[in-house]
Write a protein that binds this ligand. Structure first.
Ligand code: ATP
Ligand code: MG
Length: 590
C-alpha cells in the first residue's frame, strides 16, 4: 500500500479531523428508545443517535459524532468572531472569590453560582460567565485611549447550577459558551462594537442553517435597544416572543414593552364602599358576583423580593410579568408569596388582600393608573371595596409596565395585533456600559489626560444549545436531519453486503474518492442487516447517503439519497463523488 493510503494513513481536513471514518470502529452507539428523562425531541434524538451521553443532571459527554458537530458550530463562531475583529483568548474556569466580591456578584449571583474551596480554605467559583476575569485583565493591561477599542472572545466551559437542568444540552449545568467582551472609549464606539457582534451573530446562525430571529431583550433609556437575543424558533422553546406581523417589532415576552389594550376607566370620586363578597377569592367569581368586568378589578398580588414583602397591582383580567417586576425592584430573587405567607403578612386570606392602608411597598401597573378606581380587596375575609381610588384610598410607589403581553395585544410600536411564538435563546448581545469597569476600576487615560471608565459590551452564544436547537428544528419521525454545515459527516456510504468483495471494494473506493475531494464520510462497514443500517442512517441524519449493493453495482450504479427531502437517484459509481461534492458545495454556499 502506498504511503498516502487512506486506510493506514487517514486523510485529514485542514483542522486535523479525519475525513473518512468506519462505523465499525467509531463509537456511535444508537439506541431504540430514548431515556425516560428526555422530554424534547432534540434531547431524545441526540441520545438515541449516539451524539451525547448523560453523566449527571445537566452534565453531558460528547461522543465522537456529537463532538464533530460541536466543532463545526465552534469553527463557524470562531470564523465570524475573527472576521469581525475579536481576538481569541482562553480564560480560567476557576476564579478567585475576591474578584466576585469586587463586582458585588459574590452576594448577588445566588445559588446558580458554584462556589468551591481550595486546600487552603480559600473561596473560588467555577465561572458561570467571565466579566470579572476579563475586566481584571483589561484594568491591568489597558492604560490609554491608544489601547482601545478591543474585543476579546473565548470558547470555554461554564458552570451554572441551574435550578432545573433539562432538555439535554439545551439547559445544562456544565456547558460550552462563546463569550466575547468589547471595550470602547465612548458610547459611539460601543455602538459600533455592538453592531459588529450583532452582524457576526446573524452570520453565525445563518451559516448554521437555523431559522432564527433577533429580538429585543430590553429597551434602552434613550429609545434604542441595547440588548438583543437571538432566538431559534421552535415550539419546545422555553422563551415566548411577541412578534408584530406588520412592523419589525419582536421582543422576548419577559421584556416586551407595554402593549396597548382596551380598558374602561373606573368611576372617579365615588365613595369607597365595602361589599360582602362571600367565597369570591378569585377574579372571575368576584366579577360574576358583583356584575362587573374583570378588567375593573384591581388585583393585589403579594411577592417576596429578597426577603421583603412587596405588593403589585394589576388589572384583574391580566397576568403579571414577574421578570418585569423583578427588574423594576432590582431584586436578585422574587417569588410569589404562598397563601400562608400572604396571610401572615397581611392578616387576611389571599384574595382579600388590600392596598388600602397596606404597610408594604406597592408597585402598580400602568393599567391601574388608567383605571383610576376599581374593585379591590378589603383586607377582610369575604369583603371587597368598590371604588377604591388610586391616590385617594391608597398610594403607589411607582406606576410601571408590569403586564405579560398576550396574543392580540397591540404592538407597542405600531399598534397592530401581536402574535406570540416560542423560541430558544441561542445567543445574546448586551451593552454593559460601565457596570464592571466602574466596579473593578478599569479606566483609560483620554487625550485630555482624564481617566474615564471603559465602556463594555458582552456577547454570548451557547454552543451545545445551538446544536440542540438545530436538532429541534431539523428532524422527522425517523431521526435527525442535520443542516449540512453542522452534520458530523456530510455523506454516509452504505455497503449492503459487506461480505461481497465487489461491494466492499466499491464502497472503500467511494470513500477514498470522496475523501480525496475533501468530503467527510462515514462508511457503514458493519456486518448488519440492511434494515438496521438504513434505520441508523436515518437516525444519525447525515445529509447524503450512497447505498452500494450487489443489485446497483450490476448496473455500475449506486443509490444517492438526500436525507432532507428523501429524493433518490441512481447514479453511476464513477460520477457519484463529484455529484455529492457539487451538492455539498451548493448547500454550504449560503
Ligand atoms: P437563559 O435565560 O436561557 O438562562 P441566560 O440569559 O442566562 O440564558 P446568557 O447569560 O446570556 O444566558 O448566556 C449566553 C448564552 O449561553 C445563551 O444565549 C445560551 O445560548 C447559553 N446558555 C445559557 N445558559 C445555558 C445553559 N444552562 N445551558 C446551555 N446553554 C446555556
Ligand atoms: Mg440563565
Amino acid at each position: 500500500m502506498s504511503d498516502n493510503c487512506s486506510i493506514c494513513q487517514p486523510r485529514l481536513d485542514p483542522y486535523g479531523e479525519v475525513l473518512g471514518q468506519r462505523y465499525s470502529t467509531y463509537l456511535a452507539p444508537t439506541l431504540k428508545e430514548a431515556p425516560a428523562e428526555a422530554e424534547i425531541i432534540s434531547h431524545k434524538l441526540m441520545i438515541r443517535a449516539g451524539f451525547i451521553r448523560r453523566l449527571a443532571a445537566g452534565i453531558y459527554s460528547y461522543l465522537p459524532l456529537g463532538l464533530r458537530s460541536l466543532r463545526k458550530v465552534e469553527r463557524i463562531i470562531r470564523g465570524e468572531m475573527n472576521r469581525f475583529g475579536a481576538r481569541e483568548v482562553l480564560l480560567p474556569a476557576v476564579q478567585p472569590a475576591e474578584l466576585w466580591k469586587e463586582s458585588g456578584r459574590w452576594d448577588k449571583f445566588g445559588p446558580e453560582l458554584l462556589r468551591i474551596k481550595d486546600r487552603h480554605d480559600r473561596d473560588y467559583v467555577v465561572g458561570p460567565t467571565h466579566e470579572e476575569v476579563i475586566t481584571d485583565i483589561i484594568r491591568r493591561e489597558v492604560r490609554s485611549f491608544r489601547d482601545l477599542p478591543l474585543n476579546l472572545f473565548q470558547i470555554q466551559t461554564k458552570f451554572r447550577d441551574e435550578i432545573r437542568p433539562r432538555f439535554g444540552l439545551m439547559r445544562g449545568r456544565e456547558f460550552i459558551m462563546k463569550d466575547a467582551y468589547s471595550f470602547d472609549l465612548d458610547e459611539k464606539g460601543a455602538d459600533v462594537s455592538y453592531k459588529a457582534m450583532y452582524q457576526a451573530y446573524q452570520n453565525v446562525f445563518r451559516r448554521c442553517g437555523l431559522k432564527f430571529a433577533a429580538v429585543e431583550a430590553s429597551s434602552g433609556p434613550i429609545g434604542g435597544s441595547f440588548s438583543h437575543e437571538f432566538m431559534v424558533l421552535a415550539d419546545s422553546g422555553e422563551d415566548a416572543i411577541a412578534f408584530c406581523p406588520k412592523c419589525a417589532y419582536a421582543a422576548n415576552l419577559e421584556k416586551s414593552s407595554s402593549p396597548t389594550y382596551a380598558l374602561t376607566p373606573g368611576l372617579l370620586n365615588a365613595p369607597l364602599e365595602k361589599a360582602h363578597t362571600p367565597n369570591c377569592r378569585h377574579v372571575p367569581e368576584l366579577a360574576k358576583f358583583l356584575g362587573v368586568k374583570e378588567a375593573s378589578i384591581i388585583k393585589s398580588l403579594l411577592f417576596i423580593a429578597d426577603g421583603e414583602p412587596v405588593m403589585a397591582l394589576i388589572p384583574g383580567h391580566r397576568e403579571i410579568n414577574q421578570a418585569k417586576l423583578k427588574d423594576a425592584l432590582e431584586a436578585s430573587a422574587l417569588v410569589l408569596a404562598s397563601p400562608e405567607e400572604a396571610e401572615k403578612i397581611t392578616g387576611v386570606p389571599m384574595g382579600y388582600v388590600t392596598p388600602v392602608g397596606a404597610k408594604v411597598k406597592i408597585l402598580a401597573d400602568l393599567g391601574v393608573e388608567r383605571l383610576g378606581s376599581g374593585v379591590a380587596g378589603a383586607g377582610e375575609k369575604d369583603y371587597h371595596y368598590l371604588n377604591a381610588q388610586v391616590g385617594r384610598d391608597f398610594t403607589v410607589a411607582a406606576f410601571l409596565d408590569l403586564l405579560l403581553t398576550e396574543e392580540g395585544d397591540g404592538c407597542p410600536k405600531c399598534g397592530s395585533p401581536l402574535a406570540i411564538k416560542r423560541g430558544i435563546e441561542v445567543g445574546h448581545v448586551f451593552k454593559l456600559g460601565v457596570k464592571y469597569s466602574k466596579a473593578l476600576g478599569a479606566t483609560f487615560m483620554g487625550v485630555d489626560g482624564q481617566e474615564s471608565p471603559i465602556i463594555m459590551g458582552c456577547y454570548g452564544i451557547g454552543l451545545g444549545r445551538t446544536l440542540a436547537a438545530a436538532a429541534e428544528q431539523n428532524h422527522d419521525q425517523d431521526g435527525l436531519i442535520w443542516p449540512l454545515a453542522l452534520a458530523p459527516f456530510q455523506v454516509g456510504v452504505l455497503p449492503l453486503q459487506v461480505h461481497n468483495p465487489t461491494v466492499k471494494a466499491a464502497a472503500e473506493d467511494l470513500m477514498d474518492k470522496l475523501t480525496a475531494l475533501g468530503l467527510e464520510v462515514l462508511l457503514d462497514d458493519r456486518d448488519l442487516r440492511p434494515g438496521v443500517k438504513f434505520k441508523d442512517a436515518d437516525l444519525l441524519g447525515l445529509p447524503y447517503r450512497l447505498t452500494v449493493s450487489e443489485k446497483s453495482l450490476a448496473n455500475n450504479q449506486v443509490e444517492l439519497k438526500a436525507r432532507n427531502d428523501r429524493t433518490v437517484t441512481n447514479i453511476s459509481v464513477d460520477l457519484a463523488p463529484l455529484e455529492v461534492q457539487k451538492l455539498v458545495n451548493l448547500a454550504l454556499a449560503v
